[in-house]
Design a protein around this ligand. Structure first.
Ligand code: CTP
Length: 400
């Protein structure tokens, strides 16, 4: 089978160096990548780097190999065009159909999905001209990823950073697999909890679990792609922030409860993907617990944590709010899942089987989604994004 043909457009911003990492991810995962930098981009990263990493000569102008008609051919043959970084200038040209170099010509001839990953200063991103250009591109079906918040080129910080290359790669992979997704969560606010809580025993020790946060992050990423405003309550995950989501970091179950309930007040849906500790140590030692020579260790006394999912389900913050839980089970998976769905009172329960090598830390997942109305949706083994999309499909159908 031919490798999927991806065009990586690079426009002239300092974040061009991060596009090298995106290029590597694309080529290493089996894509044939043609890099099309703008002349300005070459001030930041030279042609030699793009050619060496992609295995193709990286052309900037339409005049370089005119007999091959590159200004039409590259766009026509592409299965995906991703522009990272996309500057304010490039977005403006794309929105208005200008074509004064090879990249803008390629954007005009491409019939495939197009992804823009903008990077610019906050003022430029917030300028009404840029806002309208982004709206125009989105209306025409392009995927414009929200920039990340953080350190910008100088000493300043704000919205406008290029999202992490891994995040851009995930968006590309999804768009290649499913095409641009429907914006069926536009105007909705969704809250997702992810990761695993840590319940401290003393300043250096805690009771925790092996949840990586990957499934919750995939839910956040896919919800952003479907147009939702997303609040991600992340417990101890080391994953990069999903582009376009508001991330609230928490440590313990009690902190997670507070953050989730606050965000849920105006949410259309809440998905509890976090592994919340059922118990926490009854006593927290302000100083490190020391072993005593010749003495047995003192038993750890535990107390119950609040059950956030049960609480959300029992006291819906808004009428019609859809509440989704997750259940990790090791045996008799479906029977335990059905009982848990009834006990917790949520609308949907994603049940997956866990074991030594299953689910935790993995990028893949397999599950059955049980609904309170009796519907059962098996989701075959696949990327966590695929399961996330099934969850959102089921949520969308239940929204008022
Ligand atoms: N959950 C929660 N608050 C807790 C514990 C769990 O909100 N204190 C949520 C999780 O986020 C998940 C779901 O409940 O969505 C399932 O949690 P799980 O621990 O598997 O269920 P339990 O009711 O604790 O059942 P058991 O321990 O008997 O398997």
């Amino acid at each position: 089978m031919d490798k999927p043909k991806v065009v990586l457009g690079v426009s002239g911003g300092i974040a061009a160096y991060k596009a090298c990492e995106l290029l590597r991810r694309l080529t290493e995962s089996g894509h044939d990548v043609q890099v099309v930098p703008t002349a300005a981009a070459l001030h930041f990263v030279g042609e030699a780097t793009w050619s060496a990493l992609s295995g193709h000569r990286a052309a900037t102008e339409v005049w370089e190999t005119v007999h091959e008609v590159p200004h039409v051919r590259i766009g026509q043959q592409a299965e995906l065009v991703v522009v990272a970084p996309a500057t304010a200038d490039l977005l403006a040209k794309a929105a208005h159909g200008l074509a004064d170099d090879l990249l803008t010509n390629t954007l005009l001839t491409a019939r495939c999905p197009v992804v823009f990953a903008p990077a610019m200063h906050t003022e430029m991103w917030e300028n009404p001209a840029t806002r309208e250009n982004v709206a125009t591109l989105r209306r025409r079906g392009a995927v414009v990823i929200e920039p990340a918040v953080g350190r910008l080129t100088g000493a300043d910080t704000g919205k406008g950073r290029l999202p992490d290359p891994e995040e851009i790669f995930e968006v590309c992979r999804r768009v290649l697999a499913r095409g641009p997704l429907p914006a069926d969560l536009a105007g909705r606010h969704v809250v997702i909890s992810a990761g695993g809580t840590r319940e401290p025993l003393d300043p250096v020790r805690y009771l925790g679990n092996r949840s990586s946060g990957r499934q919750g992050y995939a839910l956040a990423r896919t919800a952003v792609a479907r147009g939702a405003r997303v609040t991600l309550v992340a417990a101890n995950s080391e994953l990069p922030d999903p582009a376009g989501a508001d991330v609230v970091r928490v440590g313990t179950a009690v902190q997670l409860r507070e953050a989730v309930l606050k965000a849920a007040a105006d949410a259309d849906a809440v998905v509890m993907a976090a592994a919340v500790a059922d118990f926490r140590p009854a006593h927290y030692a302000a100083g490190k617990i020391k072993k005593q020579e010749g003495q047995e260790p003192a038993p750890v006394e535990l107390v119950r944590n609040p059950d956030v999912l049960a609480e959300l389900s029992a006291e819906r913050a808004r009428p019609g709010q859809v509440v989704v839980g997750f259940a990790a089970e090791t045996d008799d998976v479906l029977a335990h899942g059905r009982a848990k769905l009834a006990r917790k009172g949520c609308d949907l329960l994603v049940v997956n089987e866990v074991g030594e090598r299953k689910t935790f830390g993995s990028t893949e997942n397999e599950a059955v989604v049980l609904a309170a109305d009796g519907e059962e949706t098996p989701v075959p083994h696949g990327p966590k994004e695929a399961l996330a999309d099934v969850v959102w499909d089921l949520v969308v159908r239940r929204l008022p």
